[in-house]
Design a protein around this ligand. Structure first.
Ligand SMILES: [Cu+2]
Length: 116
């Protein structure tokens, strides 16, 4: 074994040892926020969430269909008594949310979520 082969071997061993560290997931947390929907407001279980993946668990406690839109993503319409989810990745900032059924946001189905 000459010096070059030895150096290559050491470099390879270092790479292999370093690989698991690089493959580790980021520290960004996954958060779930329960959103109660009713006429005409949203009640969120959290008003502030850490940045990262946020799953909104949407529960319609009202009597008509509602949806939930945040950060350009919109859930399907959720019927009375039904639930659904919407998952988004959020960076730091303030994110307005609303129900896109005509008239609902104006009636109160809107708000802002703070992402830290
Ligand atoms: Cu609505």
């Amino acid at each position: 074994m000459n010096r070059l082969t030895l150096a290559l071997g050491v470099a390879l061993a270092t790479l292999v040892a370093a690989a698991p560290v690089a493959a580790r997931p980021t520290t960004a947390a996954a958060t779930t926020v329960t959103v109660q929907m009713k006429e005409f407001k949203f009640i969120l279980s959290k008003k502030t969430v850490p940045h990262g993946t946020v799953t909104f668990r949407l529960v319609n406690k009202g009597t008509i269909k509602h949806d939930f839109k945040i950060a350009g993503k919109k859930s399907k319409l959720i019927a009375k008594g039904k639930s659904g989810t919407l998952t988004v990745t959020l960076k730091k900032g303030m994110y307005p949310y609303l129900c896109t059924v005509p008239g609902h946001a104006a009636a109160g189905m809107k708000g802002k979520l703070k992402v830290t």
